[in-house]
Design a protein around this ligand. Structure first.
Ligand code: GCB
Length: 648
């Protein structure tokens, strides 16, 4: 293991726009049922050596049907596929219209494949990408047959080692028949794998809008907004005659009214001014949260020749922070939310629009205003949803339980953040970057390592604060000084002092205070909670029961209320939104059960308690309205009725 870690430059990626149709672009999803082969674990490169990509997979191996998008692990009834380590293969056929072969370019884009993907089109290598949960794309214009059938083949490798993000270990261990390959990892969620998000083919003109970066600002009284834009173009016209290109931008309100416009010069950057602006506000902080404008960008060549059109949603807001607070549009924010997972029965981490929509409905029902994308980037579709509903996001890269800091790991960790910032920088819902979850920041090298990671992230985006969710005791931590906001995770009455409800409140107060004392920065409790088996009721409360979860929460609420009086305590995040699958372990009953909702997205008893708190906080801080069903009617007890223990 290298002891000296250098802050080297990494191979840069581009800002990737979400594929959208327009006057100049077409989009086609390749989602559906693909053909699938599980490789022999002992011979993971067989498919490459035998050229399985040269023809239909079914000519090389028996295939089974596999849905895309979805994790492959829980689709069949086979333990061998659920626990498979190494490579799997997918393929399918598709037609490309003849019209796509003329005067345009075609791109292939994956929303995410976990963990490493190798892609061929008609037997020719198209792209390779390492890193789950993040999109990648390549031009396939030259690889496609137009007006004819094509084949796409994907090899996906789920192996995690000490230099992947996240880290894991592969070992060979004896079993009853001989030896077997085991994937182990310390993080607490199942290493689901496969083609997790949509696969798109899309067209662009020969010269097109490749990147757009938006930064917004508001005047001090929030009445005038500014949208600063910068556009990068790809294409022949761009190379040959840069100086003749320009862009026309038009900003439309939600109601479709033109509120600002601008024409750029050939540098393709500038700003638009919006009078009487409607700022983007978080849910419950304003009666009209998540207000989005639509920015229409038209790229022109000389003589008014329209080349490309791309539209994106824009929310206007400002963020600012100091050593006591975090403000949005000049107003202090108190986060009330969740750590979450992309996880569901059968489909694992595969994108599911029904589930995603249900989750946002539950977030709004419970009065949450934020979540952290623990412990990896979530789907682009969910980021768009969060923009629309005013849910604030702490956007986390896939670094979890990071240890044994080394150069290769650092380079990949930085790359994961670059890809994340490039993907998500235009989302108003993203209010903070989380550069890691529970890194071993007491270790040698953690200081330099996180200095490099934090500064690199800041160099990509200085408009958002940086945090990391830390679990080492504050006295041992070496990373916090490189962050803007300190987040800490702790399981009082669960992992420490199990069952002791009388040993929560003061400990939470003490720990948060210690973090603030050490770094003089705002502090968030990013995880707390208790595993809870739905339907298990025990009075007096006892670990794993629904009563216990509610009481653990309540003991934390007391601490949070005491801490809120210190201005620097700025948020509470329950672990977890819903129950989720983990690796097998005797501490997990069918997975991690710390969900406030079950895996089927139904509330446990504590959900009702949390709902009352989150709305009460919204009422106190942001004067939000309370839902009419927040408190259940019990009895009309007059205010002068006195009760004491003699009533019993
Ligand atoms: C943590 C981790 C999270 C786990 C959780 C738990 O500290 O950040 O990934 O799931 O604890 O329930 O143990």
């Amino acid at each position: 293991m290298a002891l000296i870690i250098l802050n080297k430059d990494i191979e840069t990626t581009r800002g990737m726009l979400y594929p959208r149709e327009s006057e100049t672009r077409e989009v086609r999803a390749l989602d559906g049922i693909w053909n699938f082969v599980r490789s022999d674990e002992a011979n993971p490169t067989q498919g490459i050596r035998d050229g399985w990509f040269n023809d239909d997979l079914s000519k090389s191996m028996p295939t089974i049907p596999m849905p895309v998008p979805a994790s492959y692990n829980d689709i069949t009834t086979e333990q061998a596929l659920r626990d498979h380590v190494g490579t799997v293969w997918y393929d399918r056929k598709f037609f490309v219209p003849r019209s796509w072969g003329q005067h345009q370019r075609v791109w292939l884009r994956f929303g995410s494949v976990h963990y490493e993907a190798f892609v061929w089109i008609n037997g020719q290598s198209a792209i390779k990408h390492e890193m789950g949960h993040l999109p990648f794309e390549t031009e396939v214009t030259h690889l496609l047959k137009y007006g004819a059938e094509n084949r796409i083949t994907v090899m996906c490798d789920n192996a995690l080692i000490q230099t992947t993000v996240p880290q894991g270990k592969i070992s060979e261990v004896a079993n009853d028949q001989g030896v077997t390959i085991i994937q182990s990892y310390t993080f607490d969620f199942f290493n689901y794998a496969g083609i997790h998000r949509s696969v798109h083919l899309y067209t662009t003109p020969k010269t097109f809008i490749e990147e757009v970066e938006i930064k917004t600002n508001l005047s001090e009284d929030n009445s005038v907004g500014t949208v600063n834009y910068s556009i990068a173009v790809n294409g022949t016209a761009a190379n040959e005659a840069d100086n003749t290109l320009y862009a026309r931008l038009q900003l439309y309100s939600r109601e479709g009214i033109l509120v600002a416009n601008a024409t750029s010069d050939s540098k393709l950057l500038g700003s638009l001014k919006v009078e009487n602006v409607k700022p983007w506000w978080p849910y419950l902080m304003h009666p009209d949260p998540g207000y989005l404008y639509e920015l229409e960008i038209k790229l022109y060549a000389a003589k008014e020749q329209l080349l490309d059109v791309y539209r994106l949603s824009v929310g206007l807001r400002t963020l600012s922070w100091n050593n006591t607070s975090f403000l949005i549009n000049g107003k202090p924010v108190y986060f009330r939310g969740f750590g979450r997972h992309e996880d569901a029965d059968v489909r694992g981490k595969g994108l599911d629009n029904a589930l995603m929509t249900r989750d946002f409905n539950l977030l709004k029902w419970i009065g949450a205003n934020a979540y952290r994308t623990s412990h990896y980037p979530y789907s682009e579709e969910s980021m768009q949803f969060a923009d629309q509903h005013g849910i604030m996001i702490i956007d986390e890269c896939p670094s979890v339980d990071t240890e044994n800091f080394n150069q290769v790991l650092l380079d990949k960790h930085k790359s994961s953040l670059e890809q994340l910032v490039h993907r998500d920088r235009n989302h108003p819902s993203v209010v903070m970057w989380s550069i890691a979850n529970e890194p071993r920041t007491g270790q040698l090298n953690a200081d330099t390592y996180f200095q490099f990671v934090a500064n690199f992230t800041r160099s990509l985006d200085s408009t958002r604060p940086i945090t990391a969710a830390i679990a080492v005791p504050s006295k041992d931590d070496k990373a916090g000084r490189h962050l803007d906001i300190i987040s800490f995770n702790r399981y009082n009455a669960w992992y420490s002092n199990t069952g002791r409800l009388d040993m929560v409140t003061q400990r939470v107060i003490n720990e948060a205070t210690a973090w603030n004392y050490k770094y003089d920065k705002p502090v968030i409790m990013a995880e707390y909670g208790a595993d809870t088996l739905e339907g298990l009721h025990l009075q007096p409360s006892y670990v794993w029961s629904e009563e216990f979860q509610a009481e653990v929460f309540s003991q934390h609420f007391k601490a949070f209320d005491a801490l809120r009086r210190q201005k620097w305590f700025i948020g509470e995040f329950v672990w977890n939104f819903a129950d989720f699958k983990t690796a097998q372990s005797y501490t997990r009953v069918g997975g991690n059960k710390k969900g406030v909702f079950t895996r089927a997205r139904q509330p446990k008893a504590a959900a009702h308690l949390l709902r009352q708190r989150y709305f009460a906080l919204g009422r106190e801080m942001d004067k939000c309205n309370l839902p009419s069903d927040l408190f259940t009617y019990i009895a009309d007890v007059g205010s002068n009725v006195q009760h004491d223990s003699s009533d019993l």
